[in-house]
Design a protein around this ligand. Structure first.
Ligand code: ASP
Length: 342
């Protein structure tokens, strides 16, 4: 028999480790040491569990690319010492962090499972205990000495999702996440049932950690009646390198000349425009309607069925790495980590 399976728990903050302030009733992060006090079951696992916590745990609304880089480096540093990783993270921006890590950790051969909760762990009805316990079990799962899961995932409310396919769609329900364009990777009931056919294949070479991200991107969320001034202000953002255009339906937008001209000028200035649908599910199909054919014509790039979260992370990753726009475009339209259907 091999050595005991080992899992590293990284606590970044979020509701799962929060307590209610006695004075004003607000939720605030507490010392990670209390988390294991709250879940004595953790001590019973047949897994060697180690834990590290951010010195100052954060609400996930304060996440940014510098923290993603810090997390990627933590995994890199500990990669050979553990069989799997569980990242405790606020649910609000968990899909962004999972997406970013999926791009930054190339050739991943071990599970990196993000989880959190809607109710703090100290509250009787918390969803945090089940989420944490099962996330650890998945992070430690092996078959014939190999990790069962070899990608960045989110585990939440009995479902394991590919991280870069997820979206937080409900701010109250325990089932807070969806993966609208890709099947779940596992379901936890009486048994943990893995959907092997949906999982990424094993990494072919050694883990490669990318730690350069370029945050010079922004999002233009279209709505009927958006003004020229508003569009102009967004495309004129100083230092802008790429814009996500959140379009209607299968990638459609206004056919007003002023609007298309502004976008065409933006592209001519060397700024990339990526077309992502505002719809929760489905794909961009540029050219299907006249209202998206014009986007295709001026050089807007179709983002397929990527989530907005994956698009944000992919753009930062690709811009941080690519030598020029041609190289960036090539990467953008390719499926890098299972984030889009090609
Ligand atoms: N605001 C919290 C956060 O994202 C909510 C949660 O933990 O789920 O950090």
């Amino acid at each position: 028999m091999g050595a005991k399976t080992s899992v590293l728990l990284i606590y970044t903050g979020g509701t799962i480790g929060m307590i209610q302030d006695a004075k004003n009733g607000q939720l605030r992060p507490f010392d990670f040491a209390h988390l294991t006090d709250q879940i004595p079951e953790l001590k019973k696992f047949d897994i060697r569990l180690s834990a590290i916590s951010f010195e100052h745990p954060i609400d996930s609304s304060d996440m940014d690319p510098t923290v993603w880089i810090k997390l990627a480096k933590m995994i890199q540093k500990n990669y050979s010492k553990y069989d799997g990783f569980v990242i405790l993270h606020g649910s609000d921006t968990m899909a962004f962090t999972a997406s970013a890590l999926s791009f930054m950790l190339e050739n991943l051969d071990k599970p990196v499972i993000l989880t959190g909760s809607q109710l703090p762990i100290g509250i009787i009805r918390t969803d945090g205990k089940e989420n944490l316990i099962t996330a650890i079990e998945i992070a430690g799962a092996k078959e014939k000495e190999r990790a069962v899961v070899r990608e960045v995932c989110i585990y939440f409310e009995y479902q394991l999702y590919r991280g870069n396919r997820t979206h937080k769609f409900n701010s109250e329900h325990f089932q807070a996440f969806q993966s609208p364009n890709y099947p779940v990777l596992a379901e936890a009931g009486v048994h943990l049932r893995y959907n092997q056919a949906a999982m990424l294949p094993a990494g072919k070479s050694k883990l490669k950690v990318h730690t350069t991200l370029d945050p010079n991107i922004t999002i233009l969320h279209l709505f009927p009646g958006v003004t020229r001034n508003a569009v102009k202000a967004i495309v004129s953002t100083r230092g802008l390198k790429a814009l996500i255009l959140l379009t209607f339906g299968s990638g459609n937008c206004s056919t007003e000349t002023w609007f298309l001209d502004l976008l065409a000028n933006t592209i001519q200035k060397g700024i990339l425009i990526l077309n992502i649908t505002q719809c929760n599910a489905g794909s961009v199909d540029q050219g299907k309607y006249e209202t998206s054919a014009s986007l295709q014509h001026i050089g807007v790039v179709g983002g397929g069925d990527m989530t907005t979260e994956a698009a944000v992370a992919k753009l930062m990753f690709v811009l941080g790495k690519a030598k020029n726009n041609k190289a960036a475009l090539k990467e953008l339209t390719r499926d890098l980590r299972g984030e889009m259907t090609t």
